[in-house]
Every structure is written in C-alpha cells, then in structure tokens.
Design a protein around this ligand. Structure first.
Ligand SMILES: *Cc1c(COP(=O)(O)O)cnc(C)c1O
Length: 224
C-alpha cells in the first residue's frame, strides 16, 4: 500500500480509539523513516505528513536535507554526546534525553532552545534506554540549570508483547507521571506532551492520551 492509504487507515484507527474512550486530543503522527529511502520519505511528505523521525545521525541528516523546509524533525534515538554538535541545531524535538552528560552537551552546543522529551523506561527492560520512573523527578529538577533545554514531555517504548493490558499499563503510568510534572508548573518543563505508541501499539497509546505517536513499519513500511 502507498503511504497515503496507510495514513488514512491509521487516522481512521486513531479516530475509533479516541471515540471509544471519549478523548479528543489527537496525537500527531510522526513518520519514522529509518527503514526507508529518501523517495519513500518524500512520498510521506506528499501524503501530507510534516513530522519525521529518525534514530540515527546519518539517516537524520539525509532526510533533513532532502525534505522541504516546513518539516518538523524528531530525533528519536540515543544521541551520543560527542555527536551533539553536528546535529543539534537541525533537531526540532529530541525524544531520548536520559542523562545529565547529554543535557550538558546540548546546552553548550545548541543555539536554540531544544524541545526535549525525557525518556522513561517504564517497563524496566534491561535492553531499553531511559530513566527508571522513580528517577524522573530528580532528573527534571537538575535540568533547570540548562537554558537551552525545554522539557516538553515524556517518552517511552512499550515492550514487544501481545499483552495489551501490559502495554496499556505502561502508557497509563507514563501519563500519570506526565500529569504530576505538569502540575508543578515549571517554566523550563511545561511537560504537556506524551510521545508513545509505535506500529504495534499506537491505538492503545492514543487511547491513553499520546500526543505524538511514532510510526514506521505500518506507515512508510520497512525496506531492505
Ligand atoms: C523504530 C522506532 C519507532 C517505529 O517503529 P515501528 O515499529 O516500525 O513503527 C518508534 N520509536 C522509536 C524510538 C524507534 O526506534
């Protein structure tokens, strides 16, 4: 299927999910183009998508250069501190802030305020990046000193499982943590956003209040 058809289907599913839970915040759909060519990314642009996500530096830069200027670029992977200076000014949203050393480097190198999601490893899987839930408050507090960092929200990845209840629990937990931080009304950490949901679980994420879903395989496909 082409990207436009995939997008229509995803949008329909999101609409159904939101109706089911009587929620009206519709998540922004980020097209994750890490598995596909520049041509396919352009097809997504032509289908109306403006949010693009990449998890590696090379892919990020290639797509950034190839796509028109009105795209919003999301860096969704782990960013090595020594690579920050090469790419930070091209990033609109960073989804994986998870350590002080990275925050410090971003603050030093960025010439604009970078919108960051703090990545949380809610499921506590060893293979996953991100802070443990109980570390989040203290981590966000220490970000106050960095004027080029704005904490726009929290991000997580659910485990790869068929167990819907488990996934839902993780997304719900992240939403509660987001609400807690948002309630603190910190200038540097408005924390209004929730980046959660991928090809296999974006509907559950929408039901649980995601404001950004990151979709690769089901939207633009997976080449190779
Ligand atoms: C690859 C990736 C996605 C998209 O994964 P799909 O399952 O292909 O939709 C979303 N988020 C992150 C952080 C990723 O690395």
């Amino acid at each position: 299927m082409n990207v436009k058809q995939n997008l229509e289907q995803i949008n329909e599913h999101i609409t159904k999910s939101l109706e089911k839970v009587h929620r009206d915040t519709r998540p922004n759909v980020i097209a994750v183009t890490k598995y596909v060519t520049i041509e396919r990314a352009k097809e997504a642009y032509d289908a109306g998508i403006r949010h693009f996500g990449e998890n590696r530096l090379e892919g990020f830069q290639a797509k950034r250069e190839a796509l028109p200027d009105d795209v919003v670029m999301h860096f969704i992977g782990t960013l090595q501190s020594r690579k920050v200076k090469e790419v930070i000014d091209d990033i609109d949203y960073l989804h994986a802030l998870d350590r002080k050393s990275l925050a410090k480097e971003i603050n030093k190198r960025a010439s604009h305020v970078v919108k960051c999601f703090v990545q949380v490893n809610v499921s506590e899987e060893e293979s996953k990046h991100g802070l443990a839930l109980e570390e989040v408050d203290a981590f966000i507090e220490l970000l106050e000193q960095y004027e080029n960092i704005q904490v726009v929200g929290l991000m997580t990845m659910a485990p790869y499982t068929e167990d819907e209840a488990e996934i839902r629990q993780i997304f719900e937990t992240l939403r509660h943590k987001r609400d807690e931080i948002q309630a603190k009304q910190l200038d540097y950490a408005p924390c209004t956003e929730l980046s959660m949901g991928m090809s296999n679980d974006y509907e559950i994420a929408a039901e649980e209040g995601a404001t950004f879903v990151r979709i690769g395989t089901k939207l633009v496909g997976k080449e190779e």
